[in-house]
Design a binder for this molecule. Sequence first.
Ligand SMILES: NC(=O)c1ccc[n+]([C@@H]2O[C@H](COP(=O)([O-])OP(=O)(O)OC[C@H]3O[C@@H](n4cnc5c(N)ncnc54)[C@H](O)[C@@H]3O)[C@@H](O)[C@H]2O)c1
Length: 663
Amino acid sequence: MTFQQQILEGIPAVLPQPQVYDTAINHAPKRKEILSAEEKKLALRNALRYFEPEHHEVLVKEFAHELDTYGRIYMYRLRPDYKMYARPIEEYPGKSQQAKAIMLMIQNNLDYAVAQHPHELITYGGNGAVFQNWAQYRLTMKYLAEMTDEQTLIMYSGHPMGLFPSHTEAPRVVVTNGMVIPNYSKPDDWEKFNALGVSQYGQMTAGSYMYIGPQGIVHGTTITVLNGGRKIAKNREGIEGKLFVTSGLGGMSGAQPKAGNIAGCITVCAEVNPKAVHTRHSQGWVDEVITDLDALVARVALAKACKEVVSIAYQGNVVDVWEKFDTENIYIDLGSDQTSLHNPWAGGYYPVGLSLEESNKLMADDPAVFKDMVHASLRRQANAINKHTAKGTYFFDYGNAFLLEASRAGADVMAANGIDFKYPSYVQDIMGPMCFDYGFGPFRWVCASGKPEDLAATDAIAATVLQEMAKTAPVEIRQQMEDNIKWIQGAQQNKLVVGSQARILYADAEGRINIARAFNQAIAEGKIGTIVLGRDHHDVSGTDSPYRETSNIYDGSRFTADMAIQNVIGDSFRGATWVSIHNGGGVGWGEVINGGFGMVLDGTPQASKRLESMLFWDVNNGIARRSWARNEEAVFAIKRAMESQPLLKVTLPNMVSDALLDL
Ligand SMILES: NC(=O)c1ccc[n+]([C@@H]2O[C@H](COP(=O)([O-])OP(=O)(O)OC[C@H]3O[C@@H](n4cnc5c(N)ncnc54)[C@H](O)[C@@H]3O)[C@@H](O)[C@H]2O)c1
């Protein structure tokens, strides 16, 4: 059967043969036992509703086995045998060009080179799911292949509810992930609803089909390290010879060594999982691998002495690195952490003193003891970090809930007021005031032709647009413009593509619109093929997350989620091809609401109208909110936006003098 026939087949009438569990693949850890005997029956009943009754007898045993062995029903048997990757758009069957583009984006999220646990349909972050099971994947692809531009596909946490009549200007797909009633949004609620097959954790770009491999994050991380370096510079000196210590070589964290290299420092990144170390090393994302702490100390000392630009993976626990560098007096300039602490009990964080295998076993066999070990490890890690910061290290939380979980573990990370943390988040100090408040965020695009030449052409177009804009850019945003021009000019050389022909580029509203407009024009002129635009949810307006994206909102509204909800609603009627809104993502289930979009550019005047309207809203919604929160940079940016677009009228805050409040 051809690829196209298999897509159109959906859930096959004759069941495929059972599949062998491939141990060479990086699999999701076994999820903890959460369901009662009755709930297990419900999970099975839920899974079987995708299949004709004649198959139930065979499948019920198989699914019960999966639930017992892995804690979830993935329906491994239904995993297709064709290669999973973003094909050129014309290879997809279908009636809607927009729907075909979405199929391409879905397959990219499940590509073995891209996805963290491809057989469990997890793209990144340990639990960032595209679908809950393979039946959902098959059914969704079939719907996309059948739909017209007068229908909209409705996705409930990976489950395709179906095609509903709509109209050509409506989104082709509307995605919700993990939307539960707020009082049922504790981590164990996720475990339970996910095991029942009724909800999933979509992370940010996993369940929204917008992941572009670690490149997406390399750019943001480079900007963070560069600006972090600027923050600690005493005499405007560069970052050369300075040491950045962090952890994680997974989906997003794996970008850190590469970003360190691009920024120009020495990076030490600890990672406990040898498979993750191997993947990033073989992809050239980290230069060297060291497994011995003494050897690591010697290597770092040499790199410092020679002011080398080098990235080193330490295969082991990050807590050991922090402690060893303290006793050996290795000075750390910049420090952070990117273990997956948004998911601390199910494989996101490996406690010091246990091997990877021991941890994986303990978290399933005895979750309570495992939790205690995670807490103890976090306390040790925080203690060691505190010793370094006392010597002058600048430590920042990388939005992975490190400080949140460390505080819950009773670690010494609280500020004197007992409310704030003693260290800033990277958004509070760096990304918020320097980028988001001005509208700069992780804009991205994918060349649906799959041609590297198209990507090169779009890079050149984007560079020209930005250079033109930089000539008249106000001084407040010039540094960002320069960083981004440098990034896009070096993008080809840095070989950032893993999976689809994609590019990330931080840009503000004006930059995003100008670049998109130029792309649409180039498509109309036949210079390049179809382009998919998007962004990370981790952006100016997309995400309400009190300890991360909105951690630099100080008017008390950082625990509200109006902005993210408004964002997807607004995007959906201004021309997005698909929209998505998620509970969870980055910092954990119940801790964040985030939304995003995808938009297909096909060179038509309609696409041009959509991009102007939607991209303007998509960025300025967040700037307006940030400005209302009295963030000066955002007040500046929204005033500029109002000058450029007379139809924009935003409520501006009046500042109150501190003295007046000294009652
Ligand atoms: N990169 C960014 O810009 C960014 C932004 C916001 C949030 N984050 C957060 O960073 C975290 C990491 O994301 P990811 O996609 O890389 O997740 P991931 O699960 O793919 O990778 C995390 C890695 O950390 C390793 N690890 C866990 N405990 C460890 C320990 N004690 N010592 C050494 N290694 C350990 C794991 O083996 C894993 O490979 C997530 O919580 C994510 O939300 C990243």
